[in-house]
Design a protein around this ligand. Structure first.
Ligand code: KG4
Ligand code: ZN
Length: 351
């Protein structure tokens, strides 16, 4: 069977991700290295350190992934890399290596939009969503609701006016002295708490499709300050109650907006993507509330929700006909998703 193998390289932030995808075998091999420990003591990602670490990890990781898949560089049919949005230095590392490799091998190099890759990640699963659908992209840097009619046909329905959903989890986790990134430890702490112990605001819940999370974060900060001011020690139970109540407010907001987006577009398929998509409460509630309304919800497995090379390779495959003709390194730290257009259709595909 004719195979096309695309190497995907992800270096937009603090994860070095490498994978080989082919449309028949799916993910052939993959590798992921998280820089979490490197940035943990700074409470957030330090761009310069991120770039340097990508340089150190990327080449050995590509070697390992190819060896795992029993492949040589010459077996690849193209190389895709994240061209944006992201940290410019980190993007340049992946872009330079991908472009250099592609030039050396005489293979096409395909710049990929990171958010489009998140949006398509669910298609790597056994039960892939079909177009059209509403996508909720919730990561550390973005919160977007996107009406997705086809590849490259993206209309932004709503976005955050201040903090991204993941950023809100990270900031509240910091208030609770939890390590960065805060989403997973906050969700774990919330399991032991009462989600109704505090009634935190649900900003803009009944208004439109935009999000706002900074008021919620402030409400949490004030509640913690009040408890400390009352002389209450921040007991483990109080911290867990705050975490559970915050998570309940954030999840309710995201769920309501998703359901409204489906109502407004008349679509009955919902695709969740991005790091916050790994949140168990969000997944549970969307499944239940969406199910009640006949909405099918697709999630990628947790490791495909967070940054990874496989989603870049998959997107590179979809956009393989847009390979850069004259190798130039594309790095766009800011790159609106709705600037993308459908990929060109080849004569072979029309026949
Ligand atoms: O998509 P991603 O891996 O990287 C970006 O492109 O930003 O998303 C990372 C974000 C972080 O803010 C992290 O705290 C959040 O996703 N996150 C979670 C969970 N796992 C990761 N937030 C809530 N619950 C989780 N289980
Ligand atoms: Zn991401």
């Amino acid at each position: 069977m004719f195979q096309v193998k695309i190497l995907g390289i992800e270096t937009s932030c603090d994860e070095t991700g490498v994978a080989v995808y082919d449309p028949h075998g799916g993910i052939v091999a993959e590798g992921l290295y998280s820089q979490l420990d490197l940035h943990a003591r700074f409470g957030g990602v330090v761009p310069e350190l991120a770039s340097r670490d990508h340089i150190a990890k990327l080449t050995p990781m590509i070697r390992e992934v190819l060896a795992d898949g029993g492949m040589e560089l010459s077996d690849l049919d193209g190389i895709a890399y994240t061209a944006g949005p992201g940290l410019v230095g980190a993007l340049m590392v992946g872009g330079s290596l991908a472009t250099g490799l592609a030039m050396g091998l005489g293979k096409p190099v395909i710049p990929v939009h990171h958010m489009e890759a998140h949006l398509l990640a669910a298609m790597l699963e056994d039960d892939p969503p079909t177009f059209p659908f509403v996508a909720l992209l919730v990561s550390g840097g973005h919160s977007l609701l996107v009406e997705t009619r086809g590849l490259g046909e993206y209309a932004i329905l709503g976005e955050t006016l201040d903090d991204a959903a993941g950023e809100a989890f990270d900031k509240v986790a910091r208030l609770l002295s939890l390590p960065y990134p805060g989403g997973p430890p906050l969700a774990a702490l919330a399991e032991h708490g009462d989600p109704e112990a505090f009634r935190f605001p649900r900003p803009m819940l009944r208004k439109g499709l935009n999000f706002s999370f900074s008021g919620l974060k402030t409400a949490v900060r004030l509640a913690l300050e009040r408890s400390a001011g009352n002389g209450d020690t921040l007991s483990e139970q109080l911290r867990a109650d705050v975490a559970a109540s915050f998570q309940a407010a954030a999840v309710e907001t995201l769920v309501e907006k998703c359901l409204r987006a489906c109502d407004e577009t008349g679509l009955d398929r919902l695709v969740i993507a991005g790091g916050v998509g790994a949140n168990v409460q969000l997944r549970k509630q969307l499944k239940t509330r969406g199910g009640e309304r006949g909405i099918t919800v697709h999630y990628p497995r947790q490791s495909l929700c967070t940054d990874n090379g496989a989603m870049i390779a998959l997107t590179g495959w979809h956009r393989r006909h847009e390979a850069a003709e004259l190798p130039a390194i594309f790095a766009r730290p800011r790159w609106p998703l709705d600037e993308l257009r459908p990929p060109p259709v080849t004569a072979a595909e029309l026949n």
